[in-house]
Design a protein around this ligand. Structure first.
Ligand code: PBG
Length: 309
Protein backbone atom coordinates (compact mmCIF):
# COMPACT_ATOMS: atom_id res chain seq x y z
CA UNK A 1 0.00 0.00 0.00
CA UNK A 2 3.04 2.27 -0.03
CA UNK A 3 2.20 5.43 -1.95
CA UNK A 4 5.64 6.82 -2.67
CA UNK A 5 8.72 5.05 -4.00
CA UNK A 6 12.26 6.28 -3.78
CA UNK A 7 14.87 4.80 -6.09
CA UNK A 8 18.37 5.70 -7.27
CA UNK A 9 16.90 6.47 -10.70
CA UNK A 10 15.12 9.47 -9.14
CA UNK A 11 18.32 10.99 -7.77
CA UNK A 12 20.75 13.45 -9.32
CA UNK A 13 24.23 13.98 -7.90
CA UNK A 14 25.74 17.48 -8.00
CA UNK A 15 29.50 17.56 -8.63
CA UNK A 16 32.10 20.34 -8.42
CA UNK A 17 34.72 20.25 -11.16
CA UNK A 18 37.75 22.28 -10.24
CA UNK A 19 40.74 23.38 -12.26
CA UNK A 20 42.89 23.52 -9.11
CA UNK A 21 41.93 19.99 -8.02
CA UNK A 22 44.21 18.61 -10.76
CA UNK A 23 47.18 19.25 -8.47
CA UNK A 24 45.49 18.03 -5.26
CA UNK A 25 46.11 14.51 -3.88
CA UNK A 26 43.97 12.01 -5.89
CA UNK A 27 42.55 15.02 -7.76
CA UNK A 28 40.24 15.79 -4.83
CA UNK A 29 40.01 18.89 -2.65
CA UNK A 30 38.06 18.77 0.61
CA UNK A 31 35.28 21.34 1.14
CA UNK A 32 35.27 22.54 4.74
CA UNK A 33 31.52 23.27 4.81
CA UNK A 34 30.44 20.02 3.14
CA UNK A 35 31.93 16.89 4.74
CA UNK A 36 32.42 13.98 2.26
CA UNK A 37 31.88 16.25 -0.79
CA UNK A 38 34.95 17.27 -2.78
CA UNK A 39 36.01 19.51 -5.62
CA UNK A 40 37.17 17.12 -8.32
CA UNK A 41 39.72 17.07 -11.12
CA UNK A 42 38.65 15.85 -14.58
CA UNK A 43 39.97 12.37 -13.83
CA UNK A 44 38.26 12.24 -10.45
CA UNK A 45 34.95 13.44 -11.95
CA UNK A 46 34.92 10.51 -14.35
CA UNK A 47 35.86 8.09 -11.53
CA UNK A 48 33.11 9.42 -9.29
CA UNK A 49 30.52 9.46 -12.08
CA UNK A 50 31.34 5.85 -12.93
CA UNK A 51 30.52 4.75 -9.39
CA UNK A 52 27.32 6.85 -9.41
CA UNK A 53 26.27 5.24 -12.70
CA UNK A 54 27.01 1.78 -11.26
CA UNK A 55 24.71 2.62 -8.34
CA UNK A 56 21.92 3.52 -10.78
CA UNK A 57 21.90 7.26 -10.01
CA UNK A 58 19.91 9.03 -12.76
CA UNK A 59 22.21 11.89 -13.66
CA UNK A 60 25.02 14.17 -12.57
CA UNK A 61 24.83 17.92 -12.41
CA UNK A 62 28.10 19.81 -12.94
CA UNK A 63 29.32 23.04 -11.35
CA UNK A 64 32.59 24.60 -12.49
CA UNK A 65 35.26 26.07 -10.26
CA UNK A 66 37.60 27.84 -12.70
CA UNK A 67 41.20 28.86 -12.05
CA UNK A 68 40.62 32.47 -13.12
CA UNK A 69 37.68 34.81 -12.71
CA UNK A 70 36.92 38.17 -14.34
CA UNK A 71 34.22 40.86 -14.25
CA UNK A 72 32.10 39.24 -16.99
CA UNK A 73 32.67 35.60 -16.04
CA UNK A 74 34.12 34.78 -19.45
CA UNK A 75 35.42 31.39 -18.23
CA UNK A 76 31.80 30.24 -18.24
CA UNK A 77 31.53 30.15 -22.05
CA UNK A 78 35.09 29.03 -22.81
CA UNK A 79 34.82 25.89 -24.97
CA UNK A 80 37.94 24.63 -23.14
CA UNK A 81 36.55 25.61 -19.73
CA UNK A 82 36.49 23.24 -16.82
CA UNK A 83 32.82 22.22 -17.19
CA UNK A 84 33.06 21.84 -20.97
CA UNK A 85 36.10 19.54 -20.60
CA UNK A 86 34.34 17.53 -17.88
CA UNK A 87 31.21 17.08 -20.03
CA UNK A 88 33.26 15.77 -22.97
CA UNK A 89 35.25 13.44 -20.71
CA UNK A 90 32.05 12.09 -19.11
CA UNK A 91 30.29 11.60 -22.43
CA UNK A 92 33.33 9.76 -23.83
CA UNK A 93 33.68 7.47 -20.79
CA UNK A 94 29.99 6.98 -19.87
CA UNK A 95 27.83 7.74 -22.90
CA UNK A 96 24.63 6.53 -21.19
CA UNK A 97 24.96 8.79 -18.15
CA UNK A 98 22.73 11.88 -18.28
CA UNK A 99 24.83 15.01 -17.85
CA UNK A 100 23.22 18.24 -16.67
CA UNK A 101 25.20 21.48 -16.42
CA UNK A 102 24.49 24.41 -14.15
CA UNK A 103 24.38 27.60 -16.22
CA UNK A 104 25.33 30.66 -14.19
CA UNK A 105 28.06 33.27 -14.02
CA UNK A 106 28.61 33.52 -10.24
CA UNK A 107 31.35 30.90 -10.11
CA UNK A 108 33.19 32.75 -12.90
CA UNK A 109 32.78 36.42 -11.97
CA UNK A 110 35.33 38.08 -9.69
CA UNK A 111 32.49 39.86 -7.82
CA UNK A 112 30.49 36.63 -7.30
CA UNK A 113 27.17 37.90 -8.67
CA UNK A 114 25.16 35.82 -11.13
CA UNK A 115 25.35 38.41 -13.92
CA UNK A 116 27.34 41.35 -15.26
CA UNK A 117 27.19 44.56 -13.28
CA UNK A 118 26.09 48.04 -14.29
CA UNK A 119 28.19 51.06 -13.27
CA UNK A 120 26.01 51.46 -10.16
CA UNK A 121 26.80 47.89 -9.02
CA UNK A 122 23.38 46.39 -9.81
CA UNK A 123 23.13 43.28 -11.99
CA UNK A 124 22.28 44.12 -15.62
CA UNK A 125 19.54 41.61 -16.44
CA UNK A 126 19.42 42.01 -20.22
CA UNK A 127 23.18 42.22 -20.79
CA UNK A 128 23.50 38.99 -18.76
CA UNK A 129 20.96 37.13 -20.93
CA UNK A 130 23.21 37.19 -23.96
CA UNK A 131 26.12 35.74 -21.99
CA UNK A 132 23.96 32.99 -20.49
CA UNK A 133 22.89 31.99 -24.01
CA UNK A 134 26.57 31.62 -24.93
CA UNK A 135 27.29 29.54 -21.82
CA UNK A 136 24.42 27.16 -22.57
CA UNK A 137 25.44 26.74 -26.22
CA UNK A 138 29.02 26.03 -25.18
CA UNK A 139 27.84 23.33 -22.72
CA UNK A 140 25.66 21.84 -25.46
CA UNK A 141 28.61 21.73 -27.89
CA UNK A 142 30.55 19.79 -25.26
CA UNK A 143 27.70 17.23 -25.14
CA UNK A 144 25.45 18.22 -22.21
CA UNK A 145 22.02 16.55 -22.27
CA UNK A 146 20.30 19.26 -20.26
CA UNK A 147 21.33 22.76 -19.24
CA UNK A 148 20.08 24.16 -15.95
CA UNK A 149 20.06 27.96 -15.68
CA UNK A 150 20.34 28.97 -12.00
CA UNK A 151 20.99 32.71 -12.40
CA UNK A 152 17.33 33.83 -12.03
CA UNK A 153 17.55 36.61 -14.64
CA UNK A 154 14.17 37.39 -16.21
CA UNK A 155 13.80 35.94 -19.71
CA UNK A 156 16.77 33.60 -19.61
CA UNK A 157 14.91 30.42 -20.52
CA UNK A 158 13.63 31.98 -23.77
CA UNK A 159 17.05 33.36 -24.65
CA UNK A 160 18.78 30.07 -23.93
CA UNK A 161 16.20 28.08 -25.94
CA UNK A 162 16.69 30.38 -28.94
CA UNK A 163 20.48 30.24 -28.66
CA UNK A 164 20.52 26.43 -28.34
CA UNK A 165 18.25 26.04 -31.37
CA UNK A 166 20.28 28.51 -33.43
CA UNK A 167 23.46 26.60 -32.55
CA UNK A 168 21.93 23.29 -33.69
CA UNK A 169 21.01 21.87 -30.26
CA UNK A 170 17.24 21.60 -30.44
CA UNK A 171 17.52 18.23 -28.67
CA UNK A 172 19.23 19.66 -25.58
CA UNK A 173 16.69 20.23 -22.80
CA UNK A 174 16.32 22.98 -20.24
CA UNK A 175 15.88 22.26 -16.56
CA UNK A 176 14.96 25.71 -15.24
CA UNK A 177 15.72 26.72 -11.68
CA UNK A 178 12.29 28.39 -11.69
CA UNK A 179 11.41 28.79 -8.04
CA UNK A 180 14.82 29.61 -6.62
CA UNK A 181 14.70 31.50 -3.34
CA UNK A 182 17.27 33.87 -1.83
CA UNK A 183 18.26 31.39 0.86
CA UNK A 184 20.64 31.03 3.80
CA UNK A 185 20.95 27.38 2.83
CA UNK A 186 23.33 28.06 -0.10
CA UNK A 187 26.12 29.09 2.29
CA UNK A 188 28.14 25.86 2.13
CA UNK A 189 27.88 25.78 -1.69
CA UNK A 190 29.31 29.28 -1.99
CA UNK A 191 32.29 28.15 0.07
CA UNK A 192 32.67 25.13 -2.24
CA UNK A 193 32.39 27.13 -5.46
CA UNK A 194 34.03 30.33 -4.23
CA UNK A 195 30.93 32.25 -5.35
CA UNK A 196 30.01 34.34 -2.31
CA UNK A 197 29.01 37.82 -3.56
CA UNK A 198 31.81 40.30 -2.82
CA UNK A 199 29.15 42.86 -1.81
CA UNK A 200 25.39 42.89 -1.35
CA UNK A 201 23.23 39.79 -1.76
CA UNK A 202 21.13 38.04 -4.40
CA UNK A 203 17.75 39.35 -3.30
CA UNK A 204 17.27 41.48 -6.41
CA UNK A 205 17.17 38.37 -8.60
CA UNK A 206 16.30 35.42 -6.32
CA UNK A 207 12.84 35.02 -4.77
CA UNK A 208 11.68 36.16 -1.34
CA UNK A 209 11.02 33.02 0.80
CA UNK A 210 7.72 34.61 1.81
CA UNK A 211 6.38 34.58 -1.77
CA UNK A 212 4.73 31.36 -2.91
CA UNK A 213 2.39 32.77 -5.56
CA UNK A 214 5.27 34.64 -7.15
CA UNK A 215 7.25 31.40 -7.31
CA UNK A 216 4.42 29.67 -9.16
CA UNK A 217 4.20 32.63 -11.59
CA UNK A 218 7.96 32.38 -12.23
CA UNK A 219 7.59 28.69 -13.03
CA UNK A 220 4.69 29.38 -15.41
CA UNK A 221 6.80 32.01 -17.22
CA UNK A 222 9.67 29.54 -17.63
CA UNK A 223 7.25 27.02 -19.13
CA UNK A 224 6.03 29.62 -21.63
CA UNK A 225 9.62 30.37 -22.55
CA UNK A 226 10.34 26.70 -23.27
CA UNK A 227 11.49 24.96 -20.08
CA UNK A 228 11.33 21.14 -20.23
CA UNK A 229 11.55 20.64 -16.47
CA UNK A 230 11.20 23.06 -13.58
CA UNK A 231 12.94 23.17 -10.22
CA UNK A 232 12.10 24.25 -6.70
CA UNK A 233 15.11 25.21 -4.56
CA UNK A 234 15.82 24.84 -1.64
CA UNK A 235 13.65 21.81 -0.89
CA UNK A 236 12.96 21.30 2.82
CA UNK A 237 11.00 24.44 3.63
CA UNK A 238 9.32 24.53 0.20
CA UNK A 239 7.25 21.34 -0.05
CA UNK A 240 4.10 23.40 -0.66
CA UNK A 241 5.72 24.85 -3.76
CA UNK A 242 6.93 21.51 -5.09
CA UNK A 243 3.25 20.48 -5.03
CA UNK A 244 1.94 23.78 -6.40
CA UNK A 245 4.49 24.07 -9.21
CA UNK A 246 3.83 20.49 -10.26
CA UNK A 247 0.09 21.10 -10.29
CA UNK A 248 0.32 24.40 -12.16
CA UNK A 249 2.90 23.48 -14.81
CA UNK A 250 2.20 19.79 -15.44
CA UNK A 251 5.94 19.43 -16.15
CA UNK A 252 8.41 17.14 -14.40
CA UNK A 253 9.57 18.85 -11.21
CA UNK A 254 13.02 18.68 -9.64
CA UNK A 255 13.60 19.50 -5.98
CA UNK A 256 17.10 20.66 -5.03
CA UNK A 257 18.03 19.47 -1.55
CA UNK A 258 20.75 22.11 -1.26
CA UNK A 259 24.17 22.35 0.38
CA UNK A 260 22.96 23.83 3.69
CA UNK A 261 20.31 21.15 4.00
CA UNK A 262 23.02 18.54 3.43
CA UNK A 263 25.40 20.19 5.90
CA UNK A 264 22.71 20.36 8.57
CA UNK A 265 22.08 16.62 8.44
CA UNK A 266 25.82 15.86 8.33
CA UNK A 267 26.51 18.04 11.34
CA UNK A 268 23.69 16.51 13.38
CA UNK A 269 24.73 12.99 12.39
CA UNK A 270 28.37 13.65 13.27
CA UNK A 271 27.31 14.98 16.66
CA UNK A 272 25.25 11.85 17.21
CA UNK A 273 21.97 13.79 17.31
CA UNK A 274 20.28 11.79 14.59
CA UNK A 275 20.69 8.75 12.39
CA UNK A 276 21.99 9.88 9.00
CA UNK A 277 20.63 7.01 6.95
CA UNK A 278 17.12 7.23 8.36
CA UNK A 279 17.04 11.02 8.20
CA UNK A 280 18.23 11.18 4.58
CA UNK A 281 15.85 8.50 3.31
CA UNK A 282 12.98 10.23 5.12
CA UNK A 283 13.87 13.61 3.56
CA UNK A 284 14.20 12.20 0.05
CA UNK A 285 10.96 10.21 0.35
CA UNK A 286 9.17 13.30 1.67
CA UNK A 287 10.32 15.35 -1.31
CA UNK A 288 9.10 12.64 -3.67
CA UNK A 289 5.76 12.61 -1.80
CA UNK A 290 5.47 16.40 -2.17
CA UNK A 291 5.64 15.85 -5.93
CA UNK A 292 9.30 15.91 -6.94
CA UNK A 293 9.95 13.63 -9.93
CA UNK A 294 13.67 13.89 -9.30
CA UNK A 295 15.68 15.06 -6.31
CA UNK A 296 19.09 16.68 -6.62
CA UNK A 297 21.02 15.74 -3.49
CA UNK A 298 24.60 15.62 -2.19
CA UNK A 299 23.48 12.42 -0.48
CA UNK A 300 22.64 10.78 -3.86
CA UNK A 301 25.45 8.21 -3.75
CA UNK A 302 24.85 7.35 -0.07
CA UNK A 303 21.12 7.05 -0.62
CA UNK A 304 21.57 4.86 -3.70
CA UNK A 305 23.87 2.61 -1.66
CA UNK A 306 21.41 2.45 1.25
CA UNK A 307 18.51 1.71 -1.09
CA UNK A 308 20.45 -1.18 -2.59
CA UNK A 309 21.07 -2.92 0.76
C1 PBG B 1 24.54 29.36 -8.74
C2 PBG B 1 24.02 28.32 -7.83
C3 PBG B 1 23.95 28.30 -6.44
C4 PBG B 1 23.47 27.04 -6.09
C5 PBG B 1 23.22 26.35 -7.26
N1 PBG B 1 23.55 27.16 -8.33
C6 PBG B 1 24.38 29.31 -5.44
C7 PBG B 1 23.65 30.58 -5.30
O1 PBG B 1 22.66 30.88 -5.97
O2 PBG B 1 24.16 31.37 -4.50
C8 PBG B 1 23.27 26.54 -4.69
C9 PBG B 1 23.30 25.06 -4.53
C10 PBG B 1 23.45 24.57 -3.14
O3 PBG B 1 23.43 25.34 -2.16
O4 PBG B 1 23.60 23.35 -2.99
N2 PBG B 1 23.79 30.50 -8.85
Amino acid sequence: MRETELSAGRLVAPMFVSEAAASAPQGREAISTMPSVQRLSLTAVVEEARSLADLGVAAVMLFGVPGDKDAEGSGAWDDDGVVQLAVSALKAALPELVVITDVCLCEYTDHGHCGVLRADGAVDNDATLELLGQVAASHARAGADLVAPSDMMDGRVGTIRAELDADGHSDVGILAYSAKFASAFYGPFREAAGSTPAFGDRRSYQLDPANGREAVREAALDVEEGADMVMVKPALAYGDLIAAVKHRTGLPVAAYNVSGEYAMVKAAATAGYLDERQAVLEILTGLRRAGADIVISYHAADAARWLAT
